[in-house]
Design a protein around this ligand. Structure first.
Ligand SMILES: Nc1ncnc2c1ncn2[C@@H]1O[C@H](COP(=O)(O)OP(=O)(O)O)[C@@H](O)[C@H]1O
Ligand SMILES: O=P(O)(O)O[C@H]1O[C@H](CO)[C@@H](O[C@H]2O[C@H](CO)[C@@H](O)[C@H](O)[C@H]2O)[C@H](O)[C@H]1O
Length: 454
């Protein structure tokens, strides 16, 4: 089975090691969640890549096993194992995903995996499941347009903040979260792991990334019009998103702990950003040319910042994490940056980190359609205009709820945006190497803006 998984893992969208070859897939444990044919297995697999200095990443894989594979599961096939027969990705098999939903509904424990239902959550245990396809770091299955189960792939020990924060917002009655319905968890070598979460499915929502791209496309199609003149202008939505972001921050500050980070915190944060830059430069050689300038931005942040308000935040906020429904903007995926340790992701942080993430995302959307092409100056200008307009609208919306406009804290915001773009270069290199030019281009623009003093 290990040989089969070694070949299969790197082909998965959620596999975070695409920039290095997988030497070995070590199955740390397999548990049988269902014994009949089709079998359902829970596997915890370590991927040993060529960078031997790093601890191997651990992945959570739900495997189906059958004596023979029906045609409709061909695309999910992993291969033939001596021990289990035909093995395949169980999340493609409605018969097996149904089993997971029923287990959560019935609040049972199987082979050490605890399936839990959120108190009071009502949903149908036998709604049919369908796999979502998309640019995801995890894998989601939608059940009858009623609930959505996200299976976490890259596992780190600890309670996943997506569960904690979604629960806190659900219990606070926030309109900006899809209510929590249940979760799956286990213990491995004495450490707790969150394996998946079940939430209400927002059937009528559209995700922010697609909406933003539609608006950018619209602008590009109208070469002579300005962003505010085209029908697909996004600024009113960007402003509402700013309002909603500030409301989520306000609720989180109300129901979960807050703190103030002083000089020592600022110093540690600067150090952490420097370390991240170094780690990224090891993976993304093109960063080397910018290291000195980036460090100067971090130094300015350290010198100018005496303290920061700290609280629980989203941790990896971008347009792909928000959805526009008829009732307003809803946020999901509170798990922070995938791959980071749980303590880091659940740590109190400045809400300006989320603001920076969203500002980066407007810039990502503006430049995504142009990536990899020779760009005529007219389109480059339009992209910059769309980005600036929506970034400003977002901050205006945020300021309506918070007692300050995030742009007033320019040294903090600049440093957080640069740090996010550095993270993105590393994320793209590992996950979507063809996209790495997008955050690299953004860094060049951010550094050029710093030179111009804007
Ligand atoms: N509650 C929900 N209702 C409807 N769609 C959802 C819901 N939660 C997530 N999605 C969709 O699934 C996609 C991936 O969700 P996300 O939580 O960001 O997963 P990942 O961690 O894998 O990136 C989102 O972009 C959104 O389109
Ligand atoms: O999987 P997650 O949604 O938790 O986040 C990771 O993947 C994101 C991509 O899906 C990545 O976001 C980057 O690309 C987005 C467009 O696909 C863009 O909107 C974001 O601004 C950009 O950061 C995210 O960084 C990563 O953690």
């Amino acid at each position: 089975m290990e040989e089969l998984l070694r070949a299969w893992l790197p082909r998965q969208r959620w596999f975070a090691g695409k920039s290095s070859a997988v030497h070995e897939a070590r199955v740390r444990e397999v548990r049988v969640l269902r014994e009949d044919d089709p079998m359902l297995l829970h596997a915890f697999v370590e991927a040993v890549t060529e960078s031997a200095s790093q601890a191997p990443d651990c992945y959570h894989i739900l495997l189906g096993a059958r004596r023979t594979l029906p045609r409709h599961l061909d695309a999910a096939r992993i291969g033939r194992s001596d021990e289990y027969g035909e093995i395949y990705d169980a999340l493609h098999d409605p018969e097996l995903t149904q089993h997971l939903l029923t287990a959560i509904h019935d609040d049972v424990e199987r082979a050490g995996v605890r399936f839990r239902r959120e108190p009071g959550a009502e949903f149908s245990p036998d709604a049919p499941g369908r796999l979502l396809s998309g640019e995801q770091s995890n894998t989601s299955v939608v059940f009858g347009d009623e609930t959505i189960l996200k299976i976490f792939r890259l596992l780190v020990p600890g309670v996943n903040p997506d569960l904690d924060v979604t629960r806190a917002l659900t219990e606070a009655g926030s309109p900006h979260v899809a209510p929590l319905c249940g979760w799956m968890e286990t213990d491995i070598a004495g450490e707790p792991y969150t394996l998946g979460i079940l939430q209400r499915y927002l059937r009528t929502g559209s995700d922010g990334w697609s909406l933003a791209l539609t608006s950018v496309r619209d602008l590009f199609a109208e070469g002579d019009l300005h962003a505010e003149e085209v029908g697909g202008d996004f600024a009113a939505e960007a402003e509402r998103l700013g309002v909603a972001t500030a409301e989520v921050h306000r609720t989180l500050a109300h129901v979960l702990p807050t703190a103030t980070g002083g000089a020592e915190f600022v110093e540690q944060l600067t150090e952490a950003m420097r370390r991240r830059l170094q780690a990224a430069a090891d993976v993304v050689p093109a960063l080397a040319a910018h290291i000195t300038e980036i460090q100067q931005i971090y130094d300015t942040f350290r010198r100018r910042t005496s303290e920061l308000h700290l609280q629980r935040i989203h941790g990896d906020l971008h347009l792909g994490q928000v959805m526009r429904t008829e009732y307003g903007w809803v946020f999901f995926d509170f798990e922070g940056e995938p791959g980071a340790r749980i303590e880091q992701r659940a740590a109190l942080a400045s809400p300006l980190r989320d603001v920076a993430g969203m500002l980066r995302s407007f810039d990502y959307a503006a430049h995504y359609l142009l990536a990899g092409h020779t760009v005529p100056p007219q389109l480059a200008y339009r992209a910059a205009e769309w980005s600036a307009r929506n970034r400003a609208a977002f901050c205006i919306g945020y300021a309506k709820v918070a007692d300050h406009d995030p742009r007033e804290e320019d040294a903090v915001l600049r440093a957080f945006e640069v740090d996010k773009a550095v993270y993105e270069t590393m994320y793209e290199m590992k996950n979507r190497p063809d996209w790495v030019g997008i955050p690299l281009g953004a860094l060049e623009r951010l550094l050029a803006a710093e030179h111009r003093g804007s």
